[in-house]
Structure formats: C-alpha cells, structure tokens
Write a protein that binds this ligand. Structure first.
Ligand code: SF4
Length: 224
C-alpha cells in the first residue's frame, strides 16, 4: 500500500489575517517548514529550514483542522511558510480545503511557478515580489505575474527608498491585473515615507498595507 506523504507543519492556529484582501477576518493558519529563498529581512527564518521543528501532518489531519475551524465560523485558510507551494501534495490539500467551502489564501514567495495550481478551482494567491533589499530579486519568476487575477494580490515588500523606486518600475512594467500592495519591512522604512512616494508617483490604484498582527502583538510573537 502506498504511504501517504506527510506535510511538514510548523504551526497552526486561528487568528485574524494580518494582511491581504481579507485582513482583519479570522483565518486558520497552516504554516509549513522549508523555504527556497533567504530574504535578508525574513521574519520567519525559524521555519525556513526543512528540518525546523515541525509535526508530520497527513492530509486528513489538516482537513480535520479546517473542518474544526469552519465549525467555529472561520471562513478563511491561509497557507504560509516558509514557502507552502514546496510541500509535496499541496495541490491536493488546496483542493480539499476549497471543497470544504473555505477561501484558501496561498502566500507564495514569487519564485515558485503557480500555474500548476490554477485549474477549474484555484486558491487565492498573495504573491510577494522581492525587491533589492531582500537580495532575492533575481529569483523572481516573472511569468507568474500575468497569472494573478482580481482576487489575488501582488505584495511588494519595501525596506528602502531604492525598493520603492524598483516597486514603481515593476508596477509600471507589468501593470498587474490583481490588487497591488506596498508593505513596509517592519522597522526599516517609515510608512509615512511610502505614502509620500505614492502621492508623488500618482499610485492611485496601489494600497499601503501594514501588517496588523505586528501592530496588535509583539512583532516577534509566534502563533498570532
Ligand atoms: S520567501 Fe518568505 S519565508 Fe522565505 S526567506 Fe523570504 S521572507 Fe522568509
């Protein structure tokens, strides 16, 4: 009999979505270990090694967590990491969660091809575009950008003025169909400076996003 592959689950919890189009709504978070990038300002480095502390979770276990959350009125599931799309079998998990009637938000780092996960049913993507201060811009898979639709989000995380300038170029060059958010690297750039930049460059369709969980709880707190 074929053994079912286990997912490397770093943590799971219910909290509010700290970012994205459903910011402020309750969500079940499933955080997986392992990431193929090493962003200079990563705030979840502890989960990025594949062998970081984790639970081996089966598909049934994860769907069970989702059913329990749905029974408590939760309508969203956020898949995060690390890089959740690197988990073997993640497509099956996404399908199962969608079948349960949940809105599945997949946070992905911009370097992994999202096309295999776009079929008749698809999750909602919040995709990062890594700017120069991350030192990972060279890993961005640009063919992902045209695949993002209205319900998806392209998140440009800015840690410097140079990042803002580059974000502007990316937005102008690719004119994404999805929502576009500028988000500060916590503690590296003043949000007020970003608002000034948006005003100067007439970025009327772009949103500034502050990570709610970092405002509500200690920025280093886990499981919130
Ligand atoms: S992609 Fe995300 S999880 Fe991976 S190193 Fe960058 S910030 Fe951290």
């Amino acid at each position: 009999m074929k053994m079912e592959r286990a997912f490397s689950l770093a943590e799971h919890f219910i909290s509010i979505n700290g970012e994205g189009q459903r910011a402020g709504e309750l969500a079940l978070f499933l955080r997986f270990t392992g990431c193929n990038l090493r962003c200079a300002w990563c705030d979840t480095m502890w989960a990025n090694e594949k062998n970081a502390p984790h639970t081996e979770a089966s598909l049934d276990m994860l769907l069970g967590l989702a059913r329990d959350a749905a029974a408590q009125g939760v309508k969203n599931v956020t898949l995060t990491g690390g890089e959740p799309l690197l988990q073997e079998g993640i497509g099956k998990l996404i399908e199962g969660l969608i079948r349960l009637g949940l809105r599945v938000e997949t946070e992905t780092n911009g370097s992994v091809d999202i096309s295999p996960f776009i079929g008749e049913q698809r999750p909602v993507f919040t995709m990062d575009y890594k700017l120069p201060s991350s030192k990972m811009e060279g890993k961005m898979l640009l063919t992902n950008i045209p695949l993002l639709k209205q319900e998806d989000t392209l998140k440009l995380v800015c840690g410097s003025k140079e990042d803002l300038e580059r974000a502007y170029e990316v937005i102008k060059s690719y004119a994404p169909e999805c929502k576009v958010y500028l988000s500060p690297v916590f503690g590296s750039i003043e949000p007020a400076e970003m608002v000034e930049f948006m005003k100067e460059r007439h970025l009327g369709s772009v949103r500034l996003q502050l990570q709610l969980h970092k405002l509500i709880w200690d920025p280093a707190e886990r499981g919130v």
